[in-house]
Ligand binder design. Structure first.
Ligand code: DX5
Ligand code: ZN
Length: 218
């Protein structure tokens, strides 16, 4: 790919020191914020009050990844916080086209996520409603899982469909992205890379972000 953007996930950061953890990733392109409700996924993280605090504290744009039920109701509220993008899971939405439009109307980039086993084909006609498509490369819920190579063909099909649409839709991957896997995802067509444990486990997260970006550029 000619571009590669790195969005570190603060899921792997020290939640008792989020402002300091933001400073450690100042070389990033955006901050990935994982919102989990213990229903859509078996884990609980943070909600709107913390996203509002991060929005005030962060000099980088926020990329909010909602892993929650009832997303048609809650996602527009996150968009109203002023974050850069809001990602909802299609498996949790009963009206994804309407929701994508509501996110844009609220001033956020609209983004839709698919779990690893969710096919992309039913959604190709609505790509134009999206600013970003997120293809999960692990089952959502936890950091530190192994990258699922079985998603690579879907990344390739998504890249081809985005190319065919003629629209500047970003293609994000999330889960198991590291020095070992990022090039595979990039070669398949991803151009935005979420990395949690790989960034925050590194001695210098800000340097690791540059390493990962360079590896993705091939
Ligand atoms: C998982 C989250 C990811 C997670 C990625 O459900 O959506 O954003 O933080 O963590 P790593 O990079 O460790 O797989
Ligand atoms: Zn995520």
């Amino acid at each position: 790919m000619s571009t590669a953007r790195i969005h570190p996930s603060i899921l792997s950061a020290d939640f008792a020191n989020l402002a300091g953890e933001l400073r450690r990733i100042h070389t990033a392109d955006a901050v990935h914020v994982d919102v989990m409700d213990n229903h859509f996924v078996p884990n609980l993280t943070l909600g709107k009050p913390v996203v509002e605090a991060l929005q005030k504290a962060s000099e980088l744009p926020l990329d909010v990844h909602l892993m929650i039920e009832d997303v048609d109701r809650w996602a527009p509220e996150y968009a109203q916080v002023g974050v850069d993008s809001v990602t909802f899971h299609v498996e949790a939405s009963s009206a994804p086209i309407r929701l994508a439009r509501e996110l844009r109307a609220a001033g956020a980039k609209s983004s839709m996520a698919l779990r690893p086993a969710t096919p992309i084909e039913p959604y190709l006609d609505m790509l134009g409603e999206l600013d970003m498509l997120l293809l999960m490369t692990v089952e959502p819920g936890f950091g530190g899982q192994k990258f699922l190579d079985l998603v690579l063909p879907k990344i390739r099909r998504a890249r081809a469909a985005i190319g065919g649409s003629g629209k500047p839709i970003a293609l994000q991957v999330d889960g198991g992205i590291s020095r070992d896997t990022i090039l595979r995802a990039a070669e398949a067509g991803a151009d935005v890379f979420v990395a949690g444990s790989a960034v925050y486990a590194a001695p210098e997260p800000s340097v690791e972000i540059d390493v990962l970006r360079n590896l993705a550029l091939g």
